[in-house]
Design a binder for this molecule. Structure first.
Ligand code: SF4
Length: 138
């Protein structure tokens, strides 16, 4: 089944290191990221960009139907990441092409701006993953 991602979850998936908002959230994200995107054929995974709750949001304790308890912050992240990546709801892109797009359009250090307000930013895991992608290790 095709994956559905809201705009800011492309970079969150790149940076995922097994941490999440709850046990169920983390297990689901592990299945999506490690089970599909980082699998041997993961680059070919097709992803549809959506405006609301997606494959990663599904078991999140903050999800409220198609929305989020932190909607304003999520909207801001989606807008910033969508602008950075040139992606809008309704677009389709493979994970491999998404990685190429991240590499071309998001430079090391950019997350401090486009991820502003995200609680995971200060851990540095996402910035480290972005650096590895640029170094050709992603
Ligand atoms: S800092 Fe937050 S919004 Fe940015 S990529 Fe990481 S988890 Fe996603």
């Amino acid at each position: 089944m095709i994956l559905r991602f809201r705009r800011h979850h492309f970079l969150c998936s790149l940076g995922f290191q097994g941490k999440g908002y709850s046990e169920a959230f983390t297990a689901n994200m592990d299945a999506v990221v490690n089970g599909r995107l980082r699998a041997p054929q993961g680059a070919a995974e097709e992803i549809e960009v959506v405006a609301g709750a997606d494959a990663i949001c599904a078991p999140c304790p903050e999800r409220r139907g198609e929305g989020c308890a932190k909607q304003a912050r999520i909207d801001r992240l989606d807008a910033a990441h969508g602008a950075a990546l040139g992606l809008a709801p309704g677009d389709r892109i493979s994970w491999g092409d998404a990685l190429a797009r991240i590499r071309a359009r998001v430079q090391p250090g950019d997350l401090a701006r486009i991820c502003k307000g995200c609680g995971w930013l200060e851990l540095g895991l996402c910035e480290a993953a972005l650096g590895q992608l640029h170094a050709g290790e992603g």
